[in-house]
Design a protein around this ligand. Structure first.
Ligand code: FAD
Length: 414
């Protein structure tokens, strides 16, 4: 069990990194405590979000902050008892969300976002899983005229990014989505993104390609990672595995390794839930919808209609709950005749987030052979293949396809 590289974590980030390293001639051992794609990558909204060129920032307008402070929105919820623990991180996030800092974050993320669809296309073709991909974008929907007009007027700001979209008035929206009720006034149809009808199956298909090409996927606990002279070692179900290099792609659990090794990286968790629904006879949903004013997503998935909730600040280890889901479901039923819930309990996912809205991709500043690839927040599905490519280029000494400086762990002084 001797390899060139061990990758800890087989979510979308770890699996994509494994494929890119393998393509560059490395022998790779991919280690996870579960099957590939069973972590946060399992239950997301399935958007390969090519149009998300401005990261999700902390609201700066007082009216918005006041709305969220009431703690009744499906878009954001906080556990009051958890607030004091997360407050220092929220303050950093707020500071990084100033217009100037947000512009820096957007500029830093742009090359990865721009590459997101083409990098997926490349892996999808090789993995032979095109049946999981839909190429007709998603729709941002509005319920009230002022909010719709405001969103349309803000489109000017993103003109320089050259994104393709279509503003849908009421008639055109309902022509495109005849199965939806009258609560939707209109929307913006984003045409560049693609959507995935089963994100876990996509990760498994990528992992299958990795194994079919001779890569090793083994079960093991990343907590057993050790270091002796120039070798990294981890205990797996098939015995100890060792390599000169190890990449941490444990998503929300990445602190398990970096904290132990003395890195002070401010990784925080934004929780999110999902539930699947049957559709009542005659009802249909053609596109993924983001109900912008209510703050949740409806996606037609293989299993049914998946409703994914917004952000929840609560202890990461606390059990899943239905608070935001119940709120969002009430809104969703106003636009689509959802049938019964299909899952016994809601799925809970943990978005791994950094306050400056960028992931950590690159070498660990103080340990030879240790690499990081985590913190992809709201857009890990989108960014997985592009991030995997970037890290593999850095690890193999190739010229990176984007400037890696904004993603360096050293930005936190660690
Ligand atoms: C509700 C919701 C909706 C979302 N919607 C979207 C969307 O539409 N589009 C988008 O781009 N992104 C979306 N995201 C974000 C996206 O899902 C994440 O950014 C992404 O899945 C993170 O991938 P990852 O590989 O870093 O982490 P994970 O998928 O969590 O992978 C980490 C892996 O590490 C493994 N692991 C953890 N601890 C150990 C250990 N001790 N030993 C061994 N293995 C371990 C886990 O089993 C897991 O497989 C959404 C997230 C949520 C919660």
């Amino acid at each position: 069990m001797r390899f060139d590289t061990i990758i800890l974590g087989a979510g979308i980030i770890g699996v994509s990194t494994a494929l890119h390293l393998q393509a560059r001639g490395r022998s790779v051992c991919l280690v996870d405590r579960s099957e590939p794609g069973e972590g946060t990558s399992f239950g997301n909204a399935g958007l390969v979000e090519r149009s998300s060129v401005i990261p999700y920032s902390f609201p700066r307008r007082l009216s918005e902050v006041a709305k969220y402070a009431l703690n009744r929105s499906p878009a954001m919820r906080y556990d009051p008892l958890y607030l004091p623990r997360i407050a220092p991180w929220l303050f950093r996030y707020w500071r990084e969300s100033s217009p100037e800092r947000l512009a820096i974050a957007a500029k830093s993320m742009l090359p990865l976002v721009e590459a997101s669809v083409t990098e997926h296309d490349f892996l999808v073709e090789q993995a032979g899983c095109a049946d999981l991909i839909r190429a007709h974008g998603w729709i941002e929907t509005y319920r009230t005229q002022p909010a719709f007009e405001k969103a349309v007027s803000e489109l000017k700001e993103i003109e320089p990014y050259g994104l393709r979209f279509e503003v849908l008035d009421n008639a055109n929206f309902h022509k495109l989505e005849p199965g939806l009720g009258g609560a939707v006034l209109g929307g913006i149809h984003w045409l560049d993104p693609k959507t995935v009808t089963d994100p876990a199956a996509l990760v498994k298909a990528y992992a299958g390609l990795f194994e079919a090409r001779g890569g090793s996927f083994v079960k093991g606990d990343a907590a057993t990672l050790g270091h002796d002279r120039d070798l990294w070692m981890v205990e797996t179900a098939e015995g100890p595995a060792s390599a000169k290099e190890v990449a941490v792609a444990l998503g929300p659990q990445s602190s398990l390794i970096f904290q132990r090794l003395g890195y002070r990286i401010p990784l925080a968790i934004k929780r999110g839930h999902h539930m699947h629904y049957a559709l009542d006879e005659g009802a249909e949903l053609g596109h993924s919808l983001v109900d912008a004013e209510a703050g949740y997503v409806l996606s037609p998935m293989r299993r049914g209609i998946r409703l994914t909730t917004g952000i929840e600040f609560a202890p990461p280890a606390a059990p899943a709950n239905t608070i935001q889901l119940d709120r969002a479901e009430r809104f969703a039923r106003q636009i689509l005749t959802l049938g019964r819930r299909l899952d016994e309990k809601p799925w809970l996912g943990l978005r791994p987030c950094l306050p400056d809205m960028r992931p950590v991709i690159g070498a660990a500043p103080r340990h030879e052979g240790l690499w990081f690839n985590f913190g992809h927040a709201h857009h890990g599905l989108t960014l997985g293949p592009a991030s995997g490519r970037l890290l593999s280029e850095l690890m193999t000494g190739e010229k990176p396809f984007v400037d890696p400086a904004p993603y360096s762990a050293a930005r936190f002084g660690s």
